[in-house]
Design a protein around this ligand. Sequence first.
Ligand code: URA
Ligand code: ZN
Length: 345
Amino acid sequence: MSHPIVDIHTHVYPQSYMDMLRSRKTVPYVHDPASGAASRLIILSSDDSESIPLDQRGRPVDSSYSDINVKLAFMRRHGITTSVVSLANPWLDFVEPNEAQIWAEKINDDLEATCARVNDAADPEGVRALHEKQTLFAFGALPLSAPSADIVAKEIARLKTLPHLRGVIMGTSGLGKGLDDPGLDPIWAALQDTDSLLFLHPHYGLPDEAFGGPEATDRYGHVLPLALGFPLETTIAVTRMLLAGVFDRFPRLKILLAHSGGTLPFLAGRIESCIAHERKFTANGGDTQGPRTDHPFFPPLDGKEEEPWLSVTTNYKAINTTLADDTDSIKDVLGGNAVRILDLK
Ligand code: URA
Ligand code: ZN
């Protein structure tokens, strides 16, 4: 049997969710142009600018967003054997508090039924090779706008009883105050205790002004919010969790970060460094383990400024251990590249 190829980042909007979006007139909503042209999905705040004719706002939305058979065809086309499908953004973040639980149960039961139907589909002629069988699993949606975090925790526990659910998908707003909110603790506890994977996914990006406002949106469309706003949003959310000690309080929390971890892989060292040098953070009892960089902003906090700075020795150590015996590369990273690129001779 050939090896499985699994897509863990693949979304669906069940029909009931699409119908709900069609009944709305504010973001998020679906608009059907009177001309009969393709429906429009208006979900990002930048999509809904008054300067854009309604029929052109957002993006066209077709059956690939909601029809599971189109998903299965997409999987076959790309050799994907297994997909873990999830509701797409903005999930149930905007749902009225008293309807959140009902919607979460409806969406999650629908996902379970779809997975069961596909996975148990008969192969009457028995011609389908094992590796051709397509398998679906799902990440559940959470009723985050519900009146209490316990309702969310209850849904996390219920998801464990649905055979095809493999965790949850969630955005970065949490209960409305971001992911460093202590009010989320019952949810982190429920995820940890049930060993449920949390797929953390962006939606809100950065304020439109960060990208040049409506004019830039007109010119560049979704490039800036999706390419930069989304990964930065994820990075900020996880960093706030780190600063708030969530990973210390819930060390067995399992998180899948969308889009290769946002910009976290690149910024991890910088984040550690800023933490280690932030007096306010230390004064507030924050945990400051980690390397340091960036003269003169990051002096040693123990006053030993005449001794080698961690900001420098950390970099030497990283370069020497990463490149080991490759002395030419070490020389390049330590200075040769800068001399060449900046013409420093
Ligand atoms: N990918 C997503 O998952 N959501 C968007 O809104 C855009 C790209
Ligand atoms: Zn996505």
